[in-house]
Design a protein around this ligand. Structure first.
Ligand SMILES: CC(C)(COP(=O)(O)OP(=O)(O)OC[C@H]1O[C@@H](n2cnc3c(N)ncnc32)[C@H](O)[C@@H]1OP(=O)(O)O)[C@@H](O)C(=O)NCCC(=O)NCCSC(=O)CCS(=O)O
Ligand SMILES: Cc1cc2nc3c(=O)[nH]c(=O)nc-3n(C[C@H](O)[C@H](O)[C@H](O)COP(=O)(O)OP(=O)(O)OC[C@H]3O[C@@H](n4cnc5c(N)ncnc54)[C@H](O)[C@@H]3O)c2cc1C
Length: 404
């Protein structure tokens, strides 16, 4: 189904070379120090892996999402943090701005990511996680500018990202008009303040922080509205966000692939009862199941990424993206857990990479839409029905059905 072109094979080989020559050797230290790997970002930038999806006329390589996932998997195979940096340097916020933005917005965003900035996407709030549309951050129109107030939470890259894409409820003359995107720059736009850092289980080399907007004043030129208009602004922004779901799925895939290879090699070396433990059929079947699940997840990710080329939106199909992320994230949790089991106590030691991979994998059934919320999306699509999650949403749906 997927024959990679020679250009894609070269790209993947280049990514593997950087991953093995630099990224792999830094992964444990990045985890232990919990410091953003600036040196790695410089190498990613020099290799052209930040802003790969930026069109050629803006100085990028104009690469596809399928090309991008090839690079992400190679990085995540040795370091989940680096995989996530490549995701956000090419998908999510930058994807939305490159598609929906004004020429000036595109230029600004392209310049930043091509220089190594990993943009931050600000959707989640303390009281609005899965129920993202219940966000309370507002952008009040005052004359020719907007004033933002609110708090976002779990923002990946808080304090290291410069470019922020903020989802906020646009209010005009006291009336809510819909959810729009706003582009803001840390250290330039007064009122964008980085809050406390969450002590996270895994992926510790990227800060997860609160981000506060305290009378953050942005000009009208920072407003990002998808072509369907402000009333459907959230749907348009989520359409773009599907790219990041595919990216997150790919980080999970890469971590699983790395854990699988590590466990496979370990079982061939470790001896018990006078023979390599790889000779025990109980362990062979665990390895076989890992390989089946990983290859299935990869195919689903490639299919989702490739759908962006054909479905007319420029972004991966929502159903395929959700399916890919469910499968890849749950595969990563299972594979890393099984890989640790195959190592015995050695897997439990912080001197070996498996425990880090297990902690890093754990995020992906949560961030980017939980596995449960993504199943709600899949269920809605396969049943052809809207699946509202609020009580009154269901009541309205049922009332509509009774009347029809
Ligand atoms: C979408 C939800 C927030 C549920 O909210 P609602 O029930 O209020 O909204 P809906 O009616 O379901 O959706 C509103 C509107 O948007 C369209 N939509 C929703 N999702 C998508 C999508 N993925 N692609 C395209 N369009 C979408 C939907 O069709 C509706 O349009 P119509 O009115 O029907 O025309 C909730 O389901 C949800 O997704 N929650 C998860 C929130 C989330 O993903 N947050 C991620 C934050 S960023 C992050 O975590 C980064 C981590 S990463 O790994 O890098
Ligand atoms: C490492 C990490 C990085 C992140 N990065 C970002 C970022 O950069 N930007 C950003 O905006 N956000 C980010 N997030 C936030 C992430 O998007 C949210 O954590 C996620 O959407 C879930 O929200 P929540 O944590 O509030 O869980 P909740 O929504 O409170 O969910 C709690 C539990 O209830 C379940 N649940 C809730 N509603 C339903 C329902 N209707 N049906 C079935 N089950 C349901 C969930 O599946 C979950 O198991 C990140 C999170 C993590 C862990």
């Amino acid at each position: 189904m997927f024959d990679l072109t020679s250009g894609q094979q070269d790209l993947r080989a280049r990514a593997r070379s950087l991953a093995e020559s630099h990224v792999a050797g830094r992964a444990a230290e990045v985890d232990a120090s919990e410091a953003y790997p600036v040196d790695t970002v410089e190498k990613l930038t020099a290799a052209g892996f930040m802003g790969m999806t930026v069109p050629k006329d803006l100085g990028g390589a104009g690469r596809s999402y399928l090309d991008t996932v090839l690079v992400i998997e190679e990085m995540a195979r040795v370091c989940g943090v680096t995989g996530r940096i490549v995701v956000e340097g090419n998908m999510g916020a930058i994807g939305a701005i490159l598609r929906y933005g004004s020429p000036e917005q595109k230029e600004l965003a392209a310049k930043l990511v091509l220089a190594g900035d990993k943009p931050a996407i600000c959707i989640t709030e303390p009281g609005a996680g899965s129920a993202a549309t219940e966000m309370t951050t507002t952008a009040e129109k005052q004359g020719n500018h907007f004033v933002l107030n609110g708090t976002k939470h779990w923002i990946t890259g808080g304090g290291v990202s410069r470019l922020h894409l903020i989802f906020a409820k646009l209010v005009e003359d006291g009336e809510p008009k819909g959810i729009a995107g706003f582009i803001a720059l840390r250290d330039e736009d007064e009122g964008l303040e980085i809050g406390t850092r969450e002590p996270a289980l895994g992926l510790r080399g990227i800060p997860e922080t609160r981000v506060h907007f305290r009378n953050l004043k942005l000009g009208a030129d920072r407003l990002l509205v998808p072509p369907e208009g402000i009333a459907r602004g959230f749907a348009g922004l989520m359409t773009a966000y599907n790219s990041q779901r595919v990216g997150a799925a790919t980080v999970a895939l890469g971590i699983a692939q790395g854990a699988f290879e590590t466990a496979r090699d370990f079982t061939k070396k470790r001896e018990q009862f006078g023979r390599p433990i790889a000779e025990f059929q109980g362990l062979q079947w665990i390895l076989a199941d890992m390989k089946v699940a990983i290859d299935a997840a990869r195919l689903m990710i490639w299919q989702a990424a490739a759908s962006a080329e054909t479905n007319g939106t420029g972004f991966p199909d929502p159903l395929l993206a959700a399916q890919a992320k469910i499968l890849a994230s749950e595969t990563a949790v299972k594979v890393t857990n099984d890989a640790l089991q195959l190592h015995g106590a050695a897997g439990y030691s912080r001197n070996n990479p498996i425990e880090r991979m297990l902690r890093d994998a754990r995020m992906f059934t949560i961030g980017g839409g939980t596995a449960q919320m993504l199943r709600n999306l899949v269920a809605g699509k396969i049943l052809g029905i809207k699946t509202p999650q609020t009580r009154d949403g269901y009541h309205k749906l049922m009332k509509g059905k009774a009347g029809s």
